[in-house]
Design a protein around this ligand. Sequence first.
Ligand code: SDX
Length: 428
Amino acid sequence: MSQSAKLRYDDKTIELPIITGSENERAVDIRSLRGNTGLVTLDDGYGNTGACQSHITFIDGEQGVLRYRGYPIEKLAEKSTFVETAYLLIFGELPTEAQLTEYRRLLTRHQFIHEDMRHHFDGFPPTAAPMAILSAMVNAAGCFQPELRQPEEDDKLMEAAARIMSKIRTIAAASFRKSIGKPINYPRSDLRYTANFLHMMFSLPFDPYEPPSEVVKALDTLLILHADHEQNCSTSTVRMVGSSRASLYASISAGVCALWGPLHGGANAAVVDMLSKLQQSGESVESLVAKVKRKDSGVRLMGFGHRVYKNFDPRAKIIKTACHAVLRELGVNNPLLELALELEEIALRDDYFLERKLYPNVDFYSGIIMSAIGIPINMFTVMFAIGRLPGWIAHWREVRTNPDSRIDRPRQIYVGPTLRSYVPLEKR
Ligand code: SDX
């Protein structure tokens, strides 16, 4: 295969090098383009633009492949834990027994939030969106650890990563408890990461919540599946904010805000909302699909489609299986699951979806599992953020430890008004 691409423009022909990644992905390196031709490229939504070279996650959208640091997502979902997967993403290798024990110790040590932070919750109205609280409280947490705002050395990064990973769980559970008028639960030192979160979410005074092991495993698997996804919108946001040398806390807080959108991390809630409306209205699945296919309806099949996966999303397959297992274990018959299965079956027989390569994505079934566990719909995207946090931290570290890293500053093509004179107020 050629090692360069030729671009002919006016009377010039320039040669641009081809970069080949470790999985044989190829890119034309345009870093010399503007200097040699005065041209910039334009690519709304960056569908054809690589922002960086990364060692963290590989996706093959055509084959439905997803690997974290070379390990297939299917194997990690089956054999790993969220804490071990987080360590792998952030530091690049599966931890030894000693490293995992140390990281777990740090998570336990840093599971409390400063008592002064608890008062912050009183400042939010009960109806406050949990994602708004989360982004605010992550930044607030940084105020209590100023020495860890710029953790570029690995020992400081391990401490900072453990602090944010542990506290995001405590903050999320506390925001839920405040929203339902229940006392905020303190974390327990005898529980592992995901079980401790469930305890903080659902325990009552004198009535501790002991989550069934299947529930802990299902939620832990969900967190693994959400842990990273290369240059998605929120991760690219974290990288961009980190490229200005903003703190790890500020970068994570920005990632939370980007994830909030219904086209991104908000889709899991939008799926359950769509299925619930379908169930309550009695509208048929066929009628919804027909509406989605009508461009002017503006209705999208939430939980379907993906910028990168043009085949199945491997995470959706794993979640779908876990869905059946959890509902069976809990003896829950969730009619939304039946609707989702019917919707998937009908959509995947329809040319509109097949032609556009629209398949279920990570969000299509995840909300059904979270509902079965008792997590309310307004906390679904918060769960996505808890899962995605290790990936955000890994990418922030990759930006900050890359000696060639520059501040992100895209170009544009200006299409606004050309030069004109100022018109005094009395003459307008
Ligand atoms: C996540 O990037 C990541 O990795 C994200 C994520 C991660 O782990 O970080 O995987 C998590 O965000 C998953 C996606 C969750 N969002 C949704 O489920 C919302 C519904 N899906 C979409 O809106 C859409 O599919 C996107 C946003 C996911 C992808 O959008 P693209 O790549 O910009 O695709 P597009 O809007 O250009 O659509 C291409 C065509 C269009 O039709 P035509 O104009 O060609 O006729 O497909 C249609 C779209 O109208 N289309 C859909 C559709 N998604 C795309 N039609 C109906 N329902 C949909 N869901």
